[in-house]
Design a protein around this ligand. Sequence first.
Ligand SMILES: [Zn+2]
Length: 161
Amino acid sequence: MPTIWQAWAPAKCRLLAWLFVQNRVLTADRLLARRWPNSYFCPLCMRNLETAEHLLVECPWSTALWFRVADKFGAASLRPDTWNLPLASLPSWLASLSALVGDPAKTAKSLALLVIWTIWRERNARIFRGSHRSPDVAAREVFDEAAAWALAGCRHIRCRE
Ligand SMILES: [Zn+2]
């Protein structure tokens, strides 16, 4: 999965994205299949069964975050209205986020891993700590984190002001 391993992002973000595309993250649908305790609903919207695809691609909370990040950085491939739904597969979706070449592709790759990481952190914060952030608040955290990545060497990340 070159999209993941070639992207500039901390190892923890690359590992999480890799687990997602391998369908190895323990979302509610997988817990259900094993008859393990689970909360069934996506904790971000409380409307759908939590699956990897729902959480990353379909959930209204997540799509709101994708739009904000895409617009801030001018990364059109991250806009949910450019995605072909229903997805063929999560790996092909992730690859499509950086189908461009050059710096825009590198930016999109890094940002995609950061957004996936942020969605999963928000999901866990709701389940385990009962805290809630809006997509706006989460987007500001993504912008701050992206600025930190840029300082740390991810030079292709540039905000569109
Ligand atoms: Zn949801």
